[in-house]
Design a protein around this ligand. Sequence first.
Ligand code: PLP
Length: 433
Amino acid sequence: YAPLSEIDPVVKNIIDKETWRQFSGLELIASENLTSRAAMEANGSILTNKYSEGLPSARYYGGNEWIDELEVLCRKRALEAFHLDPAKWGVNVQPYSGSTANFAALTALIQPQDRLMGLGLPDGGHLTHGYYTAKKKITASSIYFQSFPYGLDPTTQLIDYQGLAQQARLFKPRLIICGASAYPRDWDYAALRKTCDEHGAFLMADIAHTSGLVAAQELSNPFDYCDVVTTTTHKTLRGPRAGLIFFRKDSPHASDLEKRVNEAVFPACQGGPHNNTIAAVATALHQAAQPEWKAYAKQVIANARTLASELVSHGYKLQTGGTDNHLILWDLRPLKLTGSKVEKICDIMGITINKNAVSGDASATAPGGIRLGTSALTSRNMLEDDMKVVADFLHRAVQLSLDIQKETGSKLLKDFERVATKGDSEGRKKVIA
Ligand code: PLP
């Protein structure tokens, strides 16, 4: 029972340094958030010791009385947080992450080599929605299934629902996946359902990014139209790292989705559930069901809108010109800057962002933009006025990147790259000075 600092001071020291990094800097990564202390306490609990393959009351191990109670509670809270009728919807709370939740959902819904369509990665989709390149099938979702991406309208940069409907008539998918990792606008689930119904296809929404905002009813509701909804629990939902799969019990397309999803999670794709994480998910869902949650979600969106409009007023170009959710895609190509350069400069300044493809980028590996999100800063109680200051910092980061770019190959650029990649704190102080 000795504490970490005594047993393993090396790891303790790394955790302390990361704690300092998270709270001394500005966290603007759209897929991250600051999990509550209560959820972290549950996540670090003794529940990590327990094996419980199977489902409540049907386990492959003894000693699961309290784990059963926990998993049933977590399911109940998941349905409550998303305002779902337990007669119509069920949920599996065992997925270890969003990627495993998605692969389990595909396993439940379609057969190997069946066809699926997802938003292309360069247009904001996620790897697990069927991503492949001309050279290689990159993810299990394109290795085991035949996938075809849909995309954005090049003029509006909004999802091209008409183009998708036309492509679907040719490709005849068994499944359409909606949801994204980098799309700043809301979705038209009714249009997608219509296209699915033309082909008897399933509709699955992956709301990993926006689930906290959907729970607060601040974005349109995918549950009205989808057969299956997956999510991570650690982005706008602010829980520990895990995944959830919601399935429609009364889907007109398959009456056995409950059995299919449960069996796809275990034993098809996973082993024993991580009970400590399920406890933390239950706590996060409890927090997301409180009246304060709506205010938090509203503030996340208000902050993102303010940050977006401030950047636009500095003369910058944003994909779609703004945002409806927590996320902003900033197109740096008019400045002839790459996302990776600005990411590095921001790292040195203590602002954490990530490079990201913007619509029309030739390659997802050399992206021309950056992605910003306001969930974590809003968890630190920042408001619209704070976003104006953040926008100013970002403006200065971009101006600095432009100045450095002018001196390509110079010592200054090399110094910046060295401190950015090596975490050289002495060098960092000198370069910043
Ligand atoms: N789905 C979407 C839309 C995501 O953005 C992500 C992660 O960023 C995932 C799934 C995968 O989640 P995880 O990293 O927990 O596997």
